[in-house]
Design a protein around this ligand. Sequence first.
Ligand code: SF4
Length: 394
Amino acid sequence: MTTAQDLDVTPTPLALLLLGREADPSSERGVDCPGDLPAPSDPGLVERARAAKERLGEKVFVLGHHYQRDEVIQFADVTGDSFKLAQQAAARPEAEFIVFCGVHFMAESADILTTDAQAVVLPDLAAGCSMADMATAEQVAECWDVLTEAGVADATVPVSYMNSSADIKAFTGRHGGTICTSSNAERALEWAFAQREAGAGKVLFLPDQHLGRNTAIRDLGLAPGDCVVYNPHRPNGGLTAEQLREAKMILWRGHCSVHGRFSLDSVNEVRERIPGVNVLVHPECKHEVVSAADQVGSTEHIIKALDAAPAGSKWAVGTELNLVRRLAKRHPDKEIVFLDRTVCFCSTMNRIDLPHLVWALESLADGKLVNRIEVDKETGHFAELALERMLALP
Ligand code: SF4
């Protein structure tokens, strides 16, 4: 039987733009797309994806993130958030190829948690995450130097959101910190503060300032003044040593380009437009949006809340549009609308489309391993340490 190791792996150093055509060498990651992508207009795409998946049988396991397009989700063996999907991949050691329909950091996490005999494939390597890209390894190392210079590094425990690169997860593992998801951020922060003498600890929260701030203020009862924002584009993060010494939460200046778009105006406007509406938002939204909402929760929480909602109830949902549309279709007895009037997909997530999925599956079925995501051993080791701390959270 052919294994992932036996296959011809083509290194793919350049950036992929729309549908794999052209290259952007200044992009952080991405590839030239070896081979021909099928045309999006090809009427046989669904059949081709089905046939390639059938040829691969048990050797392939397709993961679909909740924010993926319907045309891709229909081929997912399992759907979920990034951490659940990485765990599902690890629970299927017989699957040699994990095709991850999500974004780059998610595929990295899957590679960290799966065995060396499994290859994780991202159908379009240009599917990155703008939030994860807002914290690079160099910037974070520089930030740690600034904290050291200010005399606060020893008191600081890093907590990194799952939506970060393997490098940032490894930094977190090396410095005694943990990873968190939007479901366990409260427990992660409590754990981090408990690692230092009562009242003396600080958290460096990466890379999403909104999740960090919302969790600190809403769940832990910290004051807005306990939080400072470290801007990697300004000398010393734009903070004085005194500000760093006084802060409890040092928030990295990163955000999600999808959830960061919702505003207080969106909430006020929808309440006026749909009387009696329940506003349900993701904690990656700005603090003012989260404060004005009726419910706040992770993607999994949003799905469960809408599944459990009574018929006839009205909901305005502040998360990625593909998911909101799917939930609205799944619950025709409830009124479910997108929180904002402007459409807002996650553009990088949307790069994974049916032509790319067909191309990846057919390449694998033809014995050619493409777009493999591999995290180097040392980075993987420390990133896994941080992930294990998350799994051990009380
Ligand atoms: S929705 Fe936001 S956090 Fe998620 S992949 Fe897209 S940009 Fe990144």
